[in-house]
Design a protein around this ligand. Sequence first.
Ligand code: ATP
Length: 240
Amino acid sequence: MTDTMLELRSVSASYGAIQALQNVSLKVERGAIVALLGSNGAGKSTTLNAISHLIEPSAGEIHFDGQPIGRLPSDDIVRRGLVQVPEGRQVFKDMSVRENLELGAFLRKSSRREVGEDFERVYAMFPRLKERAEQRASTLSGGEQQMLAIGRALMGRPRMILLDEPSMGLSPILVEQIFEIILRLNREQGLTILVVEQDVRLALRVSSYAYILENGEMNLQGPSKQLLNDPAVRRAYLGV
Ligand code: ATP
């Protein structure tokens, strides 16, 4: 018996004349890490933006925890525990680290004590952010900004996060560190994760199941281990 946390059924979306998604369906089981892959412009970010209702799909249905969420405003979706983590460079540059994190707790209307606990949890996960709490986000390194983007999402106590290209612009060592943290969040806190990633090999290593988009359509899907060994995937996406 599977327990589906997020499901897209035949979702389509366009930007004016550009059809960005066509009949995209996918499922994420509770507690899983699922990867959404594909080349540039394939529609990965558009899929995340459709889930968070940052854009309006032209067709299809989206369910979270068994409930339709397609008509909910974005902030209601966040309140239900589904939080999108933008790429690290999209933190609020003129605010301090602490202020950025506070914003993450804002929609939850939690007590001061709860927010205090959340700060402690995030700072324990990212000691670097604690050291730099009063520093302006614009002065953080790329990796630190990515940590801040993830930390800000965690302040909302999500049950599931949508991660948009966490490795973008980071050195290999930092990418390893970020993915180590992603794995810990999944294992230790049971966080369900849908991750969009350019680094196909890495994404297939950390996820249990993966989808590959091509020109706005779902091209391939399967258990990540199987895709890692699939000759077509290896040729097209792993350069082997
Ligand atoms: P990348 O890996 O390069 O970020 P992606 O798979 O995330 O790519 P999307 O950003 O979802 O791709 O874009 C899908 C398609 O929609 C592309 O052809 C893109 O040019 C187009 N597109 C995305 N955003 C807009 C927009 N705001 N206005 C017009 N077209 C857009």
